[in-house]
Design a protein around this ligand. Structure first.
Ligand code: TXA
Ligand code: MG
Length: 370
């Protein structure tokens, strides 16, 4: 394959932006794979109907083949032919949150997209991103675009074009560089059954946002279980993630994800003081073992720690800022060669639910509760 084409459009005049988007759309129509910005994270897109193109996404990412992709549309009329008739609640969610960071899992029209997109499921995950460049690309391609996050599988999702370049340079046909993504965490994935909404992956749209549309909102049991335990799982004792008893409904949630290269431990607890003490004691022990240590914390607590590298992930008072910073913060540890990271948890409210979900995944289940 030829070298990756870069289209730096963030500060480009409108005519150059339009030309770049047209060229990127042409690549997609021709079976290419192109990274593009959305309001959540950068995606790696292909024509959802083109099996060979979709297979190239899996190959570039090194993604397990049973993990299905989200299909991105620019207009609700594109749902015709993609999904079977859906209920009133699903319609209300689209009305309220599209374009936006909500992915709906709906019954698929058989054969509507490549079977490699749906991973053999009878459902299809669909979203309409709230990002002008993404919407223009999908419209110009004239086809629904299947797109996972544009990172190597297992790595933190890309919130900046440089992250995509670091992971996928030379493996993809093009990259529309339009500056930082907005929210910084992936979309909320929900399944809708009649009036019942089940959150399969927490994300940019919070539980409270969803409850304003319908009262019947629940977390998938595998997510509830992750919130509660496994108690005492600690990196110091060498235990990795415990096998999940309940299989998550969203296949992607069962894989280790978002992980920096160093070993990462997550510390949570009700008392901020206890958490800070537990974080520092693990850092001290790691430093004695000769590790290059790092703490992932919030602006308010940064001065309380002593470690080789202290990386600030937004503020405890501003979860939206933490969401924007998280993946860049995790990648910073890699760039600085940190081998042992202790991350401080945050309250699981609002966006904090999605943040903690990603922190647990990044720490591969090595969670310490104090
Ligand atoms: O914000 C986002 O959603 C980003 C941007 C690029 O749109 N995309 C993204 O895609 O995060 P990806 O592939 O990294 O995550 C897709 C998630 C996975 O957990 C996958 O298992 C789940 O959606 N998923 C896809 N199709 C599904 C289906 N039919 N049923 C249940 N879960 C599904
Ligand atoms: Mg992903």
């Amino acid at each position: 394959m030829n070298a990756t084409i870069y289209w730096p459009i963030e500060h480009a005049p409108e005519s150059d932006r339009e030309r770049a988007i047209r060229e990127a759309a042409k690549q997609i129509r021709a079976g290419g794979i192109v990274a593009f910005p959305t309001e959540t994270v950068y995606g790696l897109g292909a024509d959802a109907r083109n099996t060979r193109a979709v297979e190239r996404i899996y190959a570039a990412k090194g993604r397990p083949s049973d993990n299905p992709l989200i299909v991105h549309i620019a207009d609700r009329s594109q749902l015709d032919g993609l999904v079977r008739p859906y209920g009133e609640t699903a319609g209300r969610l689209m009305e309220r949150f599209w374009p936006g960071p909500l992915t709906l899992v709906l019954p698929a029209v058989p054969g509507a997209v490549s079977p490699r997109v749906t991973g053999g499921l009878t459902t299809i995950a669909v979203r309409m991103p709230a990002h002008q460049t993404a919407l223009a690309l999908i419209a110009a391609a004239g086809t629904p675009i299947a797109a996972p996050s544009a990172n190597r599988s297992g790595r933190p999702s890309p919130t900046r074009a440089e992250h995509v370049r670091d992971d996928l340079d030379g493996k993809i046909d093009g990259l529309l560089d339009d500056g930082p993504a907005g929210i910084g965490l992936e979309s909320t994935v929900v399944e809708v059954d009649g009036d019942k909404v089940t959150v399969l992956r927490p994300g940019g749209i919070t539980l409270d946002d969803l409850r304003r549309i319908t009262p019947e909102v629940a977390l998938d049991p595998s997510l509830e279980r992750a919130k509660e335990g496994p108690a005492g799982t600690d990196g110091d004792s060498g235990t990795a993630s415990q096998p999940t008893l309940l299989t998550p409904r969203s296949p992607g949630m069962k894989y280790a994800h978002y992980a920096p290269r160093g070993e990462m431990i997550l510390v949570t607890g009700r008392s901020e003081q206890d958490v800070v003490i537990a974080v520092q004691s693990r850092i001290d022990a790691a430093a004695r073992r000769g590790e290059t240590t790092g703490v992932l914390t919030y602006a308010e607590h940064a001065s309380l720690y002593q470690a080789d590298h202290i990386v600030i992930c937004g503020s405890l008072l501003d979860p939206a800022a933490s969401a924007q910073s998280l993946y860049e913060a995790l990648r910073q540890f890699d760039r600085r060669g940190v081998t042992y990271i202790v991350a401080e948890g945050c309250p699981e409210e609002g966006l904090g639910l999605a943040l903690m979900n990603r922190l647990r995944k990044a720490s591969a289940g090595r969670v310490v509760r104090v």
